[in-house]
Design a protein around this ligand. Sequence first.
Ligand code: G4P
Length: 280
Amino acid sequence: MEKARREMTERLKAVDMIIELRDCRIPEASTNPLLNMMAQGKPRLIVLAKTDMADPVQSEKWVRHLKKENQSCLAVDLMRDNGAGKKIIREALLLMKPKRDKQKARGINPRAVRAMACGIPNVGKSTMINRIVGKNTVKAADKPGVTRSLTWIHADPQLDLLDTPGVLWPKFDDEMTGSLLAALGSINDDILDRKMIAMDAIHVIQDLYPGMLEEIYESGEVNPNGMLKAIAAKRNLVRENNEPDTKRAAEMFLNELRKGRLGRLSLEHVHEEDTEDHSE
Ligand code: G4P
């Protein structure tokens, strides 16, 4: 934790703004608390990736909800939207425009914006960097004043991007956050009880999308454990003693959820009282 904090401080000093990747299906659980603690005041662009797998109504609400002063938000499909990289660059520069305009007004020619790209594992950060940089990866390490030990990517004539590989591991404050992160694959679930994770996810989906799982798995079960049994029955997963194999059912369910095969859904919804428009 101390090392992560030190690295974060060093990186924050080197940048003008932050581009934070989050999973569009869990925009709150997939933020990094360390970043929230340490990066107050830096302009931030939140990129909600995997919008193709999220509930479109919720994505729109989240984008509106997360936009505020000094903070912008964009929901993108990094896999299929070829223009995603350009959209992200445009939005980042827009966020920095007031500061750059002030510099211009004082007769200063603003240098390229320096942005730190960060995000917890598996949210799509590498995919985003590839989208932004395309095949023209150029390291911009020799610019005066730029910390040389860090990896800079020349994303655009007006934007240099600092990658933050492997420093921002999630630290979650409550069990449900951990469970949601595990359900969507941001925490290595080898060390976790997959049945518990699957049951938590089933519970959340049943709450937010009543009837959805019942229809997919053709079962009237409302109890998460009962639903796992129904999934095992539907997928013919039985143990040697002829009991439904709920462990394998949990694995199969989580796999289908992660790949978006259950349909477009968001496991965190904006609280209704928070939906007012924060944008100008
Ligand atoms: P990371 O650097 O933040 O750890 O994430 P990375 O870019 O490696 O993306 C993690 C997984 O999410 C990858 O799938 C990637 O293809 C997928 N992904 C990223 N952005 C999007 C998106 O907007 N929509 C969808 N549907 N998927 C996205 P993978 O199965 O782990 O790898 P691969 O089989 O694609 O190589």
